[in-house]
Design a binder for this molecule. Structure first.
Ligand code: GLC
Length: 558
């Protein structure tokens, strides 16, 4: 066996590089700030390419860096083919892409096709143009109900709370039509029946592909096509959604997961296949598990996120069922599976696993209670998180990790209301706290301004305890979470093998599997130590006690 250091980092023309990649999500405004304005930027990312290379990832996925008013952290895009001036320029982007390529790291960018920002030139044109005009056809405008159109076209709620329709003022100053926004009101939904909209996104795909981008993460991929035939159903008549894996959309909803959406992705695929190697794409799909693979076929986007592990408790039975199901699904679509434990939309997994109760309400209740540090067993949470991450890295398929998880970073639960930025917080008073707590700028150094994030503060407040998680506090420290991730990711590259696993029977609270090359992963989800299987121990997520695997620990054995 080669030593991990011998692994080649060359970026070649391999068309299937994404199938078992380790993809690191960068939330650019919170990653690294090169110019001291409190916002992370493109040059900040470029400066950290050596860090990313040492981490041992295959690709980065960069969340939106496009011009934006930040009504939804950049997912409100003013212009799809440029860089936000506060984050840099297209030349800076080219430099980043080149630096990553030299380091052998691929780059995936986020594309947000369901909605633009209300500052997008097309939306501004639509506001200035009359009812029924071609400019309005690119979005979803409707007359209101009631005598004077004063009522929204339907009583639907937006995803972030509050109504899904917003009334505009016409150019003559009179109250006018309404437009649909299934997210914040600053995010008007595009009309995907419109040829110009369809054409423009193909242009955007080519624009970034021509600049050397290796793939795309497609935001709310299941929302683009809508059935808005009149009369619109009331919200009481809409199919149930959003109540867990089985309550997710199943194609019968007027705007989630409609069958017709796949013709859009068939077009996209033909454009992505114009490149060598074909550009990869991964769909963000909060849909019923049985319908997810439709987004992941080779004539569609090619891969789709499943968020099943991210919604599961630290529980052997749940993990087992999810892994079995998703591997079977991947086999049926021809894609490889995806695995995610954290991203920019959810409470970080070391915190999730350290909260007392299990299930869906766990994080929400803690956040609503003010996110008190006393409510989290950080040690237990971190131990479980490290065990879960190591298990994930041994699975066939792509592992998507989120910036800061390699530091074992915890959620910041107690951000003051006045400092919060997430529209979900403002549109849902008392119901949702939002996602700012996982978006707090990273600690690079235990000391110095904004823990090394930048020279002059951070756009979300960093708590004092961030010092304990700083990169320089963990670098070359044996047993640190950062060193565990580095070693795990190096081994993951080195041991990459066929996309299969075989389960080895173990106790109820233990998951043990072996990959075709003999690489074994065993996780103890229980509360007491269990016997370790025979073999050479490559790595473990926590200290081992003799021949025993302690509770909340994973070991890799060969
Ligand atoms: C996706 C993004 C999320 C964003 C939403 C609307 O779910 O991950 O951050 O708020 O889409 O664009």
């Amino acid at each position: 066996m080669n030593s991990p250091e011998d692994v080649s980092y060359s970026v070649d023309t391999d068309a299937s590089w994404w199938r078992q990649a380790s993809v690191y999500q960068i939330y650019p405004r919170s990653f690294s700030d090169s110019n001291g304005d409190g916002l992370g930027d493109v040059r900040g990312i470029t400066a950290k390419v050596p860090y990313l290379k040492a981490l041992g990832i295959d690709a980065v996925w960069v969340s939106p860096f496009y011009p934006s008013a930040l009504a939804d952290g950049g997912y409100d895009v003013d212009n799809y083919r440029n860089v936000d001036p506060r984050l840099g320029t297209l030349a800076d982007f080219d430099e980043l892409a080149a630096a990553l390529q030299t380091a052998g790291i691929r780059i995936v960018v986020d594309i947000v096709p369901n909605h633009s920002s209300d500052r997008h030139e097309w939306f501004q044109e639509a506001l200035a143009a009359p009812k029924g005009s071609a400019a309005r056809q690119r979005y979803i405008f409707r007359d209101g109900l009631g005598e004077n159109g004063e009522l929204p076209p339907s009583d639907w709620d937006s995803k972030f709370g509050g109504p899904a329709w917003e009334r505009i003022t016409e150019t003559d100053g009179t109250p006018g039509q309404w437009y649909l926004h299934i997210f914040a009101k600053e995010q008007p939904d595009f009309n995907w029946d419109n040829a110009e909209v369809r054409g423009d996104f193909l242009r955007t795909l080519r624009f970034w592909s021509d600049r050397g981008v290796d793939g795309f993460r497609v935001d709310v991929a299941h929302a683009l096509v809508k059935d808005l035939s009149e009369p619109l159903p009331s919200k009481a008549e809409l199919p149930q959604e959003g109540t867990g894996v089985d309550g997710l959309p199943d194609g019968s909803h007027p705007f989630w997961d409609r069958d017709e959406v796949h013709s859009i992705y068939a077009h996209w695929r033909s454009v992505l296949n114009e490149y060598t190697p074909p550009r990869a794409a991964v769909a963000e799909t909060w849909v019923h598990a049985d319908r997810r693979s439709r987004y992941a076929t080779p004539d569609g986007l090619g891969q789709a996120f499943n968020f099943d592990l991210l919604q599961a408790d630290f529980d052997a039975e749940q993990f087992h069922a999810i892994i079995v199901k998703n591997l079977a699904e991947a086999a049926s679509s021809g894609a490889s599976s995806t695995w995610v434990l954290s991203n920019h939309d959810v409470v970080r997994h070391p915190t999730r696993y350290g909260l007392p109760q299990s299930g869906e309400r766990r994080c929400r209740d803690w956040l609503l209670a003010g996110g008190p540090a006393s409510g989290v067993d950080t040690e237990l949470g971190l131990g479980r998180a490290r065990a879960a991450s190591l298990l994930m890295f041994a699975l066939p398929g792509s592992a998507y990790l989120y910036q800061g998880e390699e530091l074992g970073l915890q959620e910041v639960g107690d951000i003051a209301a006045g400092e919060r930025q997430d529209p979900a917080f403002f549109r849902n008073p008392g119901v949702a706290i939002g996602r700012d707590g996982c978006r707090v700028p990273l600690p690079w150094t235990a000391e110095g301004p904004s823990f090394g994030f930048g020279e002059d503060g951070a756009h979300l407040p960093q708590p004092k305890w961030f010092a304990n998680y700083a990169v320089d506090a963990q670098d070359k420290v044996m047993g640190s979470t950062l060193e565990m991730y580095r070693e795990a990711l190096r081994y993951r590259r080195l041991l990459r093998t066929e996309e299969r696993l075989t389960w080895v029977s173990a106790g109820d609270s233990v998951l043990h599997f072996v990959r075709p090359n003999g690489w074994q992963s065993v996780t103890n989800f229980g509360t007491g130590p269990v016997e370790l299987p025979e073999g050479i121990i490559l790595l473990s997520s926590g200290p081992l006690t003799g021949s025993k695997l302690p509770a909340s620990t994973t070991a890799w054995i060969i």
